[in-house]
Design a protein around this ligand. Structure first.
Ligand SMILES: NC(=O)c1ccc[n+]([C@@H]2O[C@H](COP(=O)([O-])OP(=O)(O)OC[C@H]3O[C@@H](n4cnc5c(N)ncnc54)[C@H](OP(=O)(O)O)[C@@H]3O)[C@@H](O)[C@H]2O)c1
Length: 207
């Protein structure tokens, strides 16, 4: 599936619920191809995927994880099951869209949830992002009254943060880099029963 030969990375969205479909709409709007996978056989949601766009392709999880850049759009509790799909995620970029709202802090070892996810996807470069607004907003055209909807990105890997920043721009968003996962990234992560201060802040950049 890799398209690295043409210098174009391949994309997949793991999870095709509310947020997975919103992300698929963003890809479809710009005519970018993306694989989508769930726990179910692709035939069961292929028509739904096609209805979003002709290049939104329902596939199996085993096939989807071959992509270079993967959006993790499953419930936080499901991330270990997805991580098991490959022995190593070396060379891949995971965009963690999960919100660990309501997960007890002790269960996370007191760490930001994105660091827990990063550890599960051994070898990957993880970027937290696209998770701060609801699916109904994320699925809308990010071109808003002459500005672009902001997405917040945080990562401990500068190269991956830049890579996803460029993709966010390509999708029509205005990326704002917050720095490392446990620094600025804390602003866009849920902690127990509270939300990071930037979550739900639907901002538009007019520059
Ligand atoms: N909804 C929002 O507005 C929103 C906003 C920001 C962030 N988020 C975060 O985004 C994540 C997804 O939320 P959602 O509302 O989209 O949830 P959802 O509607 O329940 O969808 C979850 C999707 O994950 C799939 N899935 C579960 N386990 C899987 C596995 N092991 N392998 C592959 N796919 C698997 C499900 O597939 P099946 O259908 O086969 O079970 C389903 O398609 C959550 O972490 C949530 O906190 C949600």
């Amino acid at each position: 599936m890799s398209e690295l030969e043409n210098n174009t990375p391949s994309y997949a969205i793991i999870g095709f619920g509310a947020i997975g479909q919103a992300l698929a709409q963003a890809f479809a709007r710009k005519g970018l191809g993306v694989a989508v996978a769930t726990t179910r056989a692709p035939e069961s949601f292929a028509a739904e995927a096609r209805a979003i766009g002709p290049k939104v392709i329902a596939t199996t999880l085993a096939e989807a994880v071959q992509a270079d850049i993967l959006f993790l759009a499953v419930r936080f509790e499901a991330h270990p099951a997805v991580a098991q799909a490959l022995p190593t995620w070396q060379g891949k970029t995971i965009v963690d869209v999960t919100n660990a709202y309501g997960i007890p802090l002790e269960q996370l070892g007191g760490q930001p949830s994105a660091q827990v996810v990063a550890r599960a996807f051994t070898g990957s470069s993880l970027v937290k992002g696209f998770n701060h607004v609801g699916a109904a907003i994320l699925g809308q055209d990010p071109a808003v009254q002459g500005g672009r909807r902001v997405v917040f990105l945080a990562s401990d890997k500068d190269e991956a943060a830049a890579q996803i920043g460029a993709l966010a721009e390509q999708l029509g968003f205005s990326p704002v880099q917050l720095g490392g996962l446990s620094e600025g990234g804390r602003l866009v992560q849920a902690h127990g029963n509270s939300w990071g201060h930037l979550i739900f802040k639907d901002l538009v950049n007019f520059k």
